[in-house]
Design a protein around this ligand. Structure first.
Ligand code: ADP
Ligand code: ZN
Length: 710
């Protein structure tokens, strides 16, 4: 094991606050520590970043991270800084002075992770700087994020990525780490080839995202009302994808009118307007973003709780990427697809307009796969993972088809009526016409063709149009009748149709019941007690995030907040044990969170904690008249820990006189500062007051202030 940690788990807790590795992470990190070249393929939200970040922190030297998007860099660097980790980025948004001061910090060895865009990395001035760095502090590795950008077979080819191979020649001893969420074999091989990875270990993680609930809803006539219902039943942030800009605008403004915080996002808006909406979404100023697929690339928000596709996605791969933006933090999240055959017809029409026959064919095949997914009655996960070449055991218990399997009914007789009507109409008509004939419609078109004289005219009155459509779709889907796709869709019989006529084949279909979603059924307006606390913690998180101008999830993940609401830690020590809380974060935010939790427990008259054993020892030594450094020495603890004890003791109304530790003037200054900028977090106080004031002093005075105020 490298450096001061006894295990990788300890290092994980220290730097990131997590208790356990996600699947694959530990093995990958071990390989990285052995300086192997690596290719890591994990689905979105799998936890790729940590795989190169942790080794970078454990190895000497600098890790250079190549990332294609400025927003992504900014995001990752924010998150690292908030964990007290030395990270920075260099890109075109910085002025000369900023660049200089960052380069200085790098040269002083204060930075472990440096993010750069490929075009900057490869310019000669920067390479010279890297040469210098190699000499001075050494390079620990290159991490190429979104590595599929190197491949023309990927969905986001960037020519600059092609030149990254230069790094391999110029720094042949520095291991290279490539990461992507794109799973196809072709892209994988291309990455290895194009980057010049040497005998790399390839980690292909499972593409299953067990925390995502998949469902498909038949889009009703009143589709907006259906969407509104869905959204009302959801919690937290969500993305609604629409196909057209016009739809995006309409839906966003209707949601606003219905009192739901939503903003639009599409390529037709001005850049700055778009950027503002995106930031407001990431910072939780608004709950919902309604967007075309222009939105998402480079959005790192891990706490998106639901993604709705209000219109059909183009293909299953993009559906998986887009819906996969939900629940990256591993907490449960919902993915819903609204399916309408009207939309389907519109897309088919658009495909028909394409002039390139090959493109047309590919587009049709992709659409077919989306429909297979949406109309399928087996486990949704099984269908998706099969698409990615992965076998899944089935029955995931976390999709609509597994949760509420549609009842299967024998509709052989109806199928015979339907198919014989297709035959009588001489296989020259589409589904709507066939249904009109079956139901004895009085439309002109029927008389025009003399179809009111057919023996099948009016033999299907007992079923509704919707039911006949359901049967028709299912027959097509099961391959029992064909539908032409060139131009106007016409139904054609095939050999299975004939088997059905001859009673050699039964027709069973999955019958759709009413179209309510799982979330709607589970919806419970009453909030449990821990939900109340969770709300308070969320507000605090938002407040602290705004103060520091970062996104709330950077302060703490949803999962950590949930644990706080459950466990209700009332001391800093207990708080530190929560997964996602590092010592650094406890120092930065611990007091604020613990005091909200305490206040909540007092209001609910849950027991307040008595001083812990450790606090009691500090109290005794204090009562013997020892100073803080003396207590620290005696107990072999840090001074900051002793101050935390004292602050907690003050909080519990124990007789601690802080005047023993701080002068009247200093105390007065700190109080004045608290009264102007608030007692939430210590960092702003510290920034304001400067080096003459220590965190320890601030902590003690704040504790005293809070007690006096009550
Ligand atoms: P990816 O890049 O693979 O989409 P990220 O690296 O952004 O995923 O990780 C997604 C989220 O999961 C982040 O919020 C990250 O902090 C969190 N995460 C990563 N590893 C762990 C872990 N071992 N335990 C808990 N959360 C983790
Ligand atoms: Zn399932």
């Amino acid at each position: 094991m490298v450096s001061q940690f006894s295990s990788l788990e300890n290092a994980l807790k220290h730097f990131f606050g997590y208790d356990q590795f996600r699947p694959g992470q530990k093995q990958i990190i071990n390989e990285a520590l052995n300086n192997k070249d690596l290719l890591v393929i994990m689905p979105t939200g799998g936890g790729k970043s940590l795989c190169f970040q942790l080794p970078a922190l454990l190895k000497p030297g600098l890790c250079v991270v190549v990332s294609p998007l400025i927003a992504l860099m900014q995001d990752q660097v924010d998150a690292l800084l908030d964990n007290g980790i030395g990270a920075t980025f260099l890109n075109s948004t910085l002025n000369r002075k900023e660049l200089q001061s960052r380069e200085n910090a790098i040269l002083k060895g204060k930075i472990k992770l440096l993010y750069v865009a490929p075009e900057r990395l490869l310019n000669e001035t920067f390479l010279t700087f890297l040469d210098f760095l190699t000499e001075k502090i050494g390079l620990s590795s290159f991490a190429i994020d979104e590595a599929h950008c190197v491949s023309a077979w990927g969905h986001d080819f960037r020519p600059e990525y092609r030149q990254l191979k230069t790094l391999r020649f110029r720094y042949s001893m520095v291991p290279m780490f490539a990461l992507t969420a794109t799973a196809t074999k072709r892209v994988r091989e291309d990455i290895i080839e194009q980057l010049g990875l040497e005998n790399p270990t390839v980690h292909l993680a499972s593409f299953d995202r067990p925390n995502l609930y998949y469902e498909v809803q038949a889009k009703s006539r009143r589709s907006y009302a259906q969407l509104l219902n869905y959204v009302r039943a959801q919690e937290g942030s969500g993305i609604i994808y629409c196909l057209s800009r016009k739809n995006v605008e309409t839906i966003a403004s209707r949601l606003q009118q219905d009192g739901i915080d939503a903003l639009p996002y599409h390529a037709g808006m001005y850049d700055d307007e778009r950027a503002i909406n995106q930031t407001r979404f990431i910072r939780d100023d608004v709950r919902i973003i309604v967007a075309t697929i222009a939105f998402g690339m480079g959005i790192n928000k891990p706490d998106v709780r639901f993604v709705v596709h209000y219109d059909l996605p183009r293909n299953l791969e993009s559906y998986y990427q887009e819906s996969g933006r939900a629940g990256r933090d591993g907490e449960s999240a919902n993915c819903a697809l609204f399916l309408s055959f009207g939309d389907l017809k519109r897309i088919e029409y658009l495909i028909d307009q394409k002039s390139d026959k090959k493109e047309q064919k590919v587009a049709r095949q992709q659409l077919r796969q989306v429909i297979d997914y949406a109309e399928g009655t087996e486990c949704r996960r099984t269908i998706i993972l099969r698409y990615f070449g992965q076998q899944y055991k089935g029955n995931c218990d976390n999709c609509d088809n597994c949760k509420n399997p549609k009842p299967i009914e024998d509709w052989t007789i109806e199928a015979q009526k339907f198919l014989s009507c297709v035959a009588r109409c001489q296989e020259r008509f589409g589904m709507s016409h066939i249904i009109d004939v079956l139901r004895g419609s009085k439309k002109k078109k029927i008389e025009k063709y003399g179809h009111h004289l057919l023996s099948t005219y009016g033999i299907g009155k007992e079923r509704s149009i919707a039911e006949w459509k359901m049967l028709g779709r299912s027959l097509i889907h099961q391959g029992f009748v064909n539908e032409t796709t060139d131009g106007f869709p016409v139904l054609k019989l095939n050999k299975y149709s004939w088997e059905i006529f001859r009673n050699e084949r039964k027709v069973e279909i999955a019958v759709t019941e009413s179209l309510t979603s799982k979330a709607l059924n589970d919806y419970n307006p009453r909030k449990a007690e821990s939900d109340l606390l969770l709300d308070k913690l969320r507000q605090l998180r938002k407040h602290l995030a705004d103060q520091n101008r970062i996104a709330p999830y950077v302060v703490f993940a949803d999962s950590s907040l949930r644990l706080m609401a459950q466990i209700k830690p009332q001391t800093i020590d207990a708080f530190k044990k929560i997964s996602g809380v590092t010592a650094y974060k406890a120092q930065q935010y611990g007091d604020s969170f613990v005091s909200v939790i305490r206040e909540f427990c007092q209001q609910q008259s849950l027991p307040t904690p008595l001083p812990t054993a450790s606090n009691m020892i500090t109290l005794q030594l204090y009562q013997q008249g020892l100073t803080i450094p003396e207590i620290a020495e005696r107990r072999n603890l840090k001074e900051s820990t002793i101050c935390t004890h004292l602050a907690e003791l003050i909080n519990m109304n124990q007789p601690i006189d802080i005047n023993r530790f701080i002068s009247e003037e200093k105390k007065a200054m700190i109080i004045k500062c608290i009264e102007t900028i608030g007692d939430g977090s210590l960092t702003p106080l510290k920034n304001h007051l400067g080096d003459d004031y220590s965190y320890n002093e601030l902590r003690l005075v704040r504790a005293w202030y809070r007690r006096e105020k009550d």
